[in-house]
Design a protein around this ligand. Structure first.
Ligand code: HEC
Length: 100
């Protein structure tokens, strides 16, 4: 009965992949700068790469700069918008209440 463990392993892989798909969806909270952030940050990796991370403003500034070094194209305006969004919604303080 060597097939049974192999089958269970495959089934577990499918579950992991299915879970990955749901995380890959846009899971950023709505708010000012949301669309710019998805546009600037969703191209190379999933939004899920960072949507559960919490960083200070300085740490996010470093992160965005790192992404630009990786090849991200973010205008100066969008840099400020995305930084403000990340600091507000993925910052170290409590997130603001969602807009009505
Ligand atoms: C040009 C492609 C590209 C774009 C656009 C991009 N990234 Fe990345 N990102 C990468 C690469 C490459 C890595 C390193 C490999 C990996 O983890 O996938 C990475 C890794 C990360 C990491 C994990 C490493 C860390 O610093 O902890 C975070 C967080 C991150 N990106 C956030 C962002 C955010 C926020 C944006 C939008 C400002 C963004 N990325 C846009 C290419 C990109």
């Amino acid at each position: 009965m060597r097939l049974v463990p192999a089958f269970l392993f495959l089934a577990a892989q499918v579950l992991v992949l299915a879970g990955g798909v749901s995380v890959a969806q846009d899971s950023l909270p709505p708010g000012p700068g949301h669309d710019e952030t998805v546009k600037a940050c969703g191209g190379c990796h999933d939004i899920g790469t960072f949507s559960s991370i919490r960083r200070s403003q300085g740490e996010w500034e470093t992160t965005i700069t790192n992404m630009i070094n990786f090849g991200a194209t973010i205008s100066d305006d969008d840099f400020d918008t995305v930084l403000a969004y990340l600091t507000t919604y993925l910052g170290t303080g409590p997130p603001p209440a969602p807009p009505p």
